[in-house]
Design a protein around this ligand. Structure first.
Ligand SMILES: Cc1ncc(COP(=O)(O)O)c(C=O)c1O
Length: 395
C-alpha cells in the first residue's frame, strides 16, 4: 500500500511505546516498576464521575458543536479570566479531544512546508513529530540548566531566527524537567515574539501542578500585544486526573480558535459529549480533591529528589508537573539514554524514559505519578543498577 510522505516523516510516541513494553512485561507476569508514563494515579474527582454517570444514564449523549458546548467554552473562558487574568470570550476558546489534539490542530492551522518552529529543549517528545507532520521543521534549541531547572536561551533562540521562523512552542511547567519558567523568562519570550512577529504556542497542561514559588506565568498575561500572539493549550488530563476522558482546549485570538474548530468540524466532528460534561463540572464546581492530589505529588517529589541525591544523580529541582529529570551522563555508554533505559528495563525491570525522547540525551525521566511504595522500589532498583553499571562502563 502506498503511504503518504507525511506519515513517513514521524515516529510512534516513545513514551507510549515504552509504556506498552513495560505493560507487556507485566502482563507476562514480570515484576515491573513503571515510572515511564505521565498519568495521575488518582481517580477523576467525584463531581466529574457523578456528572458523567448521570448524563450517560439520562441518554443525552449526542454530537455537540464542533468548537465544544457553549457551557464548557464559557467555563473555560471564566477559568482563564480567573487564572491568566484579563477578559476572555467563549469565541476565543475551542474544545478539543485532548491537549495533544489541540496542539496538533493548532500546528496544522499555523504552519506548513518550509516553515520553522523554535522549540527550547527539553521538550515533550510529541512536539517534534507534530511539527514535522505539518511539513514544517522543528528547530531545537538547547537550554542551559542549573539546580533550578532549564532556562530558555534567549540568545540562541534569537540566533536561530530565519525568515521561515513562524513561532515558538513552550511548556511551563515542563515535561520532562518540571521546570517552571520565571515571569522574567516568559516576558523575554513575549518580547522576542513581538519583535519578530512570531506566535507563541504555550502548553500549560501542568499549570495546576506547581509545588512552590507561585503559579506558572503565562505569556497571555504579559501584555495585550503578547496575548494577541499567544495560543494557550491546556486540558483536563493532569489537573483533574481525567486522562481517559480526553478533554483539552485551545484559547487564543478568534482567528486561530475558529480555524481549529473548522478543522475539527471536518476531522472529528465534535469533542466527546460525556467528557465535556465532566470537564465543565470540574471547572465550575472546583473539586476539593485537587488540593490533596497536589499535596501528595509534592510529598512524592521530595522523596524522589532526596533519593536521586543519595544516588549522586544531579537533578534540576522540579517545581511543577510530576517528573524528575536526573542527569545520568556519568553512567551512559555509546547508546546514550536509550541504551541506559533499555538496560534498566532488562536488568532491573524498571521503566524510565530516555532523555533523547525530549532532545536531551544526558538525562532520563522518572514520572512520580505513582505510589510512594513504587517510588521507593524504583530508587532501590536504580541504586542496584547504577552500582553494577559503574563497574561495566569503561571510564
Ligand atoms: C507537555 C504535555 N502536553 C500535552 C500533553 C497531552 O495531554 P492530553 O493529550 O492527555 O490532554 C501531555 C501529556 O503527557 C504533556 O506532557
Amino acid at each position: 500500500m502506498h503511504l503518504s510522505r507525511r506519515i513517513a516523516r514521524i515516529e510512534p510516541s516513545i513514551t507510549l511505546a515504552l509504556d506498552a513494553r513495560a505493560k507487556a512485561l507485566q502482563a507476562a507476569g514480570e515484576d515491573v516498576v513503571n515510572m515511564s508514563v505521565g498519568e495521575p494515579d488518582f481517580p477523576a474527582p467525584a463531581v466529574v464521575r457523578e456528572t458523567v454517570q448521570r448524563r450517560a444514564a439520562g441518554g443525552d449523549v449526542r454530537y455537540t458543536q464542533a468548537a465544544g458546548t457553549p457551557g464548557l467554552r464559557r467555563a473555560v473562558a471564566d477559568y482563564l479570566a480567573r487564572t491568566r487574568g484579563g477578559e476572555w470570550d467563549s469565541g476565543e476558546v475551542t474544545i478539543c479531544h485532548s491537549a495533544k489534539h489541540a496542539l496538533a490542530a493548532a500546528l496544522l492551522c499555523l504552519v506548513e512546508d518550509g516553515d520553522e518552529v523554535l522549540i527550547p529543549l527539553p521538550a515533550w517528545a510529541s512536539y517534534f513529530d507534530q511539527v514535522r507532520l505539518t511539513g514544517a521543521e522543528p528547530i531545537l534549541i538547547p537550554s542551559p540548566s542549573d539546580a533550578d531547572g532549564f532556562h530558555p536561551d534567549l540568545e540562541a533562540l534569537r540566533a536561530a531566527l530565519t525568515p521561515a521562523t513562524r513561532g515558538i512552542m513552550i511548556n511551563s511547567p515542563n515535561n520532562p524537567s518540571g521546570t517552571v519558567f520565571s515571569p522574567a523568562e516568559i516576558d523575554a519570550i513575549g518580547t522576542l515574539a513581538v519583535e519578530h512577529d512570531l506566535w507563541i504556542l504555550s502548553d500549560e497542561i501542568y499549570r495546576e501542578l506547581v509545588y512552590e514559588g507561585g503559579p506558572a506565568a503565562s505569556p497571555a498575561s504579559v501584555s495585550d500585544e503578547v496575548r494577541r500572539r499567544t495560543i494557550i493549550v491546556d486540558g483536563a488530563s493532569k489537573a483533574f486526573a481525567m486522562t481517559g476522558y480526553r478533554m483539552g482546549f485551545l484559547a487564543g485570538p478568534e482567528t486561530i480558535a475558529s480555524s481549529v474548530a473548522k478543522l475539527g468540524s471536518q476531522t472529528n466532528g465534535s469533542p466527546n459529549a460525556l467528557g465535556q460534561a465532566g470537564y465543565e463540572a470540574a471547572l465550575t464546581d472546583w473539586p476539593a480533591e485537587l488540593e490533596g492530589m497536589r499535596a501528595e505529588f509534592a510529598a512524592r517529589r521530595d522523596v524522589v529528589l532526596a533519593g536521586l541525591a543519595r544516588l549522586g544523580l544531579p537533578t534540576p529541582a522540579p517545581r511543577g508537573a510530576f517528573y524528575a529529570f536526573p542527569d545520568v551522563s556519568a553512567h551512559l555508554d555509546e547508546r546514550g539514554s536509550v541504551g541506559f533505559c533499555e538496560d534498566l528495563l532488562d536488568e532491573q525491570r524498571l521503566a524510565l524514559v530516555p532523555g533523547a525522547a525530549f532532545g536531551v540525551d544526558t538525562h532520563v525521566r522518572l514520572s512520580y505519578a505513582t505510589s510512594l511504595a513504587a517510588i521507593e522500589e524504583a530508587l532501590k532498583r536504580l541504586d542496584t543498577f547504577l552500582a553494577r553499571r559503574s563497574s561495566t562502563i569503561p571510564r
